[in-house]
Design a protein around this ligand. Sequence first.
Ligand SMILES: C[S@@+](CC[C@H](N)C(=O)[O-])C[C@H]1O[C@@H](n2cnc3c(N)ncnc32)[C@H](O)[C@@H]1O
Length: 256
Amino acid sequence: MPGTGPSPLAPARPRPLPDRRPSMDTSHPIADRYTVGRTRATPFDEAGYDAVLRRDFHDHYADGRDLWTGEEAMRRAPGLLMDALGGPGGARVLDLGTGHGRDAELLLAGGHRVTGVDIVASPAWEIISVEWPGRARFLATAVLDLPGAAEYEAVLDNGCFHHQHPGAYGPYLRRIRELLRPDGLFAVSVFHAADGAGGLYANEGDRLYREFTVEELTTLVRAHGFAPVATHRVPRAVEGLAYLVGIFRRVAGDDR
Ligand SMILES: C[S@@+](CC[C@H](N)C(=O)[O-])C[C@H]1O[C@@H](n2cnc3c(N)ncnc32)[C@H](O)[C@@H]1O
């Protein structure tokens, strides 16, 4: 069970968190092999947190610590989105926080066109773009800096949203809504809170991790102009841990 002891993949001792963080009270193996600490307050304002996100993700990729890239449970979200889209393919899909483009490849193989976006560029992007000429493109940019409006039939966010600063949840969801076509689908995969309220955690690099209950995720996304379509619990290899994949539809004409 989360929070009741170290997982088989967790380090022997939780890594100490900075002393200046006053509100840590619980450690939790929310991420494979890394134990993160519970926090009640975010250590940075939103502007400062941008640099934290970039640095911590860059370092994880550079050091080969991007365990999510090879995690089987991570690859369920694009399939769940494609099931909800139905049809033979051909949708324009925006993959937010695309990483090494693993989901982009699955979406391309499913017949869709993909724009992958990430604050950390990957060498895989060029290979994928060559393999799927004219159907894949990648942009090294932050979600909130993405240009465009009403361009995509679907947006996938597999593991990106739950690392954002809580103060950015509203602008982030509003931007997704603007980027979607009327009736477009939004699939978001977050850490699932097994019981009670979802907590906010931070790793040793101060990157935040937010877990959600079904109700918390649904209430938050609904409040930004979406209607729930389905939620799926995707168990992870570590017992008791799961992702929560929410599928939402943009509510037409409901500008928030
Ligand atoms: C946990 S990883 C998941 C990567 C990928 N979706 C996958 O399934 O392998 C989260 C990704 O989101 C990216 N990211 C985080 N915040 C972002 C932001 N605000 N804008 C763009 N990318 C972001 C990170 O660099 C990282 O590649």
